[in-house]
Unconditional design. Structure first.
Lengths: 126, 143
């Protein structure tokens, strides 16, 4: 795996760590491309702050600016870096410990007779 | 480097491999400990499905069946879009240890990315719903 992949994921997590940037990305995800002015109308964030955040988000590739006059530039969400970060999260979210614990319980419960856990059995042998 | 590609767990159970095998590879077994209900066609390429009471389902594809030592399947990577073709591979290995079994589960493939993923993550081409919808409009217009 190229190390750049982790750099992409890191940029996503840095971007999402800020509540204003989360709000901007969420607005673009739900409402489609928008200008900084559109976003300022919809979010409790000043236009100046939105412009600053959009510049950062564009720099790391999470949004792209569509060509246009300065105040009419529309920003569009880019999903590719999000998908890279999602893979990272998928690995962290994969929980094998709980199912394997359940498997162990299932096997013990199914053994017939009084339920005994392996640790108890070892205790008896000791 | 914090991106795990491989998850591995080993546990020893006080039951013979045949019994562990049944728990891993039958609808009855899988529907007891893994899901709330399950179906499985236990042959390479065969479909399997786990269902939970809450309505969630997961589709598996059986890949390796070597009774009673190796059972492998692939499944969708949790969290990626439904139509994303990437899958992780899960392999259970059963080894007899005395009267019991050492069970190892290895899941690999979390870090897989298509050839162009890095470029795609940075390049400035804009894709997504807006352009897809544009294509749909063009298609409908042409018809």
């Amino acid at each position: 795996m190229p190390p750049d992949v982790e750099a992409v994921a890191e940029q996503v997590f840095i971007a999402l760590a800020d509540p204003s940037r989360r709000a901007i990305l969420a607005a673009l995800a739900s409402g489609g491309p928008a200008t900084a002015t559109d976003l300022a109308d919809r979010l409790p964030i000043t236009r100046q702050a939105i412009a600053k955040h959009l510049a950062l988000l564009a720099e790391v590739g999470l949004v792209t600016a569509e060509p246009g006059e300065r105040r009419r530039v529309r920003y569009r969400l880019r999903s590719a870096p999000m998908q890279v970060a999602q893979q990272f999260l998928a690995a962290l979210a994969r929980d094998w410990d709980s199912p394997l614990e359940a498997l162990k319980d299932h096997l013990d419960r199914d053994a017939g007779g009084p339920a005994t856990t392996p640790s108890r059995e070892r205790g008896h042998q000791a | 480097m914090g991106f795990p590609d491989r998850i591995e767990r080993t546990l020893e159970v006080a039951h013979p491999p045949s019994k562990v095998w049944a728990a891993l590879t039958t609808a009855e077994g899988l529907g007891s400990w893994f899901g709330d209900e399950a179906t499985i066609d236990l042959s390479p390429g065969g479909p399997a499905q786990l269902r939970w009471a809450g309505g969630a389902t997961v589709d598996l594809r059986v890949e390796r069946v070597e009774e009673p030592t190796v059972f492998g399947f692939t499944w969708h990577i949790h969290g990626l879009p439904e139509d994303d073709p990437r899958r992780t591979y899960v392999e259970f290995t059963l080894e007899p240890v005395g009267a019991g079994t050492r069970l190892t589960v290895v899941e690999t493939g979390f870090a897989q990315l298509p050839e162009d993923a890095y470029r795609k993550a940075y390049d400035s081409n804009t894709h997504g719903w807006a352009s897809e919808l544009g294509e749909l409009v063009e298609y409908l217009d042409a018809a």
